[in-house]
Ligand binder design. Structure first.
Ligand code: MRU
Length: 394
């Protein structure tokens, strides 16, 4: 059974898939959807490794294909990983795979984003509960799908509420509008059931006419900022400028940044924030230049089981993502060499953590769908988690 988790999904051009009406600002293909063609249920992903050049779908017919899509970042970003984990378990149940085995493989496909395990385990719990309640396999599979759809819908709703709270906070910190916001990695509709986390706040500011500039870090090495955030900003008609990650310092020094808005992959109980590598240096810069550093994430990203930053497992990725430049980014993971163009001498060792951890004292506020925690304390986060709708996961 283990081998099947090394297979990959099948890429098909978007033109061959059912037509989805284009909504301005939202990718023409949703980041994820469940479909039930005559051949059997599938999870269809917008293949993010091919953006921005090509909007194509990746049709996953089994959980191993989804695991592979997660590892190669065809699907990525904490909230979307949660939704993917849940649909992956639904796929396992609907297609007669071992649900527990699939849930383990999905939950462990990437270690840092706690949402992934949350989504997979919540769907697994729905399956177990349905069977325990006397449902047959078919009805249990429908129950898992309902749970996955709930994870998806709740994330969409949370996204809207985060945008409202986040914009109110920006306006409070910087009365008068004209916000110049710096963001890192990609946190928009591509990572969410809705319009995202940090990006959704910037988008709300834009719609209210209060976003003067969105500074977009390119986000080395896999360029989620250049490829994905710039794509989303352009689609939404936002005033954005792309910069190399190491240009951020001079931008702060020039007084061009009013706030940093980022997402999170895991927020420990003490308020330590794991996010895309490069977030921590931004937090240090922001503190030095007296600029608010704001983290926007759904409550599902807060992990009371992880006591502090030191306990967060940071994903280490293959060195070739650093030593090679790969365009398009279709072969960046899963093999020793990535098949790209080498930019370093052969045999160069690379340090390639996917995330870094920012201590709570450098975080001005954590914005969630339940409200804002500022200052960021263990007590404040615990209170917020207690307020939020809790789903028990066995
Ligand atoms: O490695 P990725 O592309 O999955 O990393 C994503 C990020 O770091 C995002 O900032 C984070 O998941 C928050 S998404 C709302």
């Amino acid at each position: 059974m283990a081998d099947q988790y090394a297979q990959s999904g099948e890429a098909v051009p978007a033109s061959e898939s059912p037509e989805i009406p284009e909504t301005p600002g939202i990718p023409a293909i949703p980041a994820i959807r469940w479909d039930e063609p005559p051949e059997g249920p599938v999870v269809v992903l917008l293949d993010q490794t091919r953006l921005p050049g090509e909007e194509s779908e990746l049709v996953c017919t089994d959980p191993p294909a989804l695991v592979q899509a997660i590892r190669t970042l065809a699907v990525r970003g904490a909230p979307l990983l949660g939704i993917t984990g849940a649909y992956g378990v639904a796929l396992a149940a609907a297609r007669g795979f071992d649900v527990d085995e699939a849930a383990d493989a999905l939950a462990g496909a990437r270690p840092t984003a706690v949402n992934l395990a949350y989504g997979a385990r919540r769907a697994q719990t729905a399956y177990r509960e349905a069977l325990a309640g006397g449902a047959d396999e078919r009805r249990a599979a429908r129950a898992v799908l309902a749970a996955a759809r709930a994870v998806h819908a709740e994330d969409a709703e949370a996204s809207g509420r985060m945008a409202v709270h986040g914009l109110a906070l920006l306006d409070e910190l910087m009365p008068g509008g004209g916000h110049r916001v710096l963001t890192h990695c990609n946190t928009g509709a591509l990572v969410s059931g809705g319009e995202g986390t940090a990006f959704a706040v910037a988008l709300a500011a834009h719609r209210e006419g209060r976003l003067r500039r969105l500074w977009v870090d390119e986000t080395r090495p896999l360029l989620q900022g250049a490829r994905l955030t710039a794509y989303e900003a352009a689609r939404n008609g936002m005033p954005y400028t792309l910069l190399t990650d190491n240009a951020a310092g001079s931008l702060f020094a020039a007084g061009e940044v009013d706030a940093v808005l980022i997402g999170a992959d895991r927020i420990a109980a003490d308020g330590s924030v794991a996010n895309k590598v490069g977030s921590y240096p931004l937090a240090v810069l922001a503190r030095y230049h007296h600029v608010p550093f704001i983290v926007v994430a759904p409550v599902t990203t807060v992990d009371p089981e992880t006591p502090d930053g030191a306990a967060i497992e940071v994903e280490q990725r293959a060195g070739h993502e650093v030593t090679e430049v790969t365009v398009p980014f279709v072969s960046m993971a899963g093999s020793e060499a990535g098949g790209g163009i080498s930019v370093a001498p052969l045999g160069t060792q690379a340090y390639n953590p996917a995330f870094d951890v920012t201590p709570p004292e450098l975080v001005t506020a954590v914005v969630t769908e339940e409200g804002v925690v500022s200052p960021v304390t263990a007590e404040g986060l615990a209170e917020l988690c207690a307020r939020s709708r809790q789903v028990t996961i066995s």
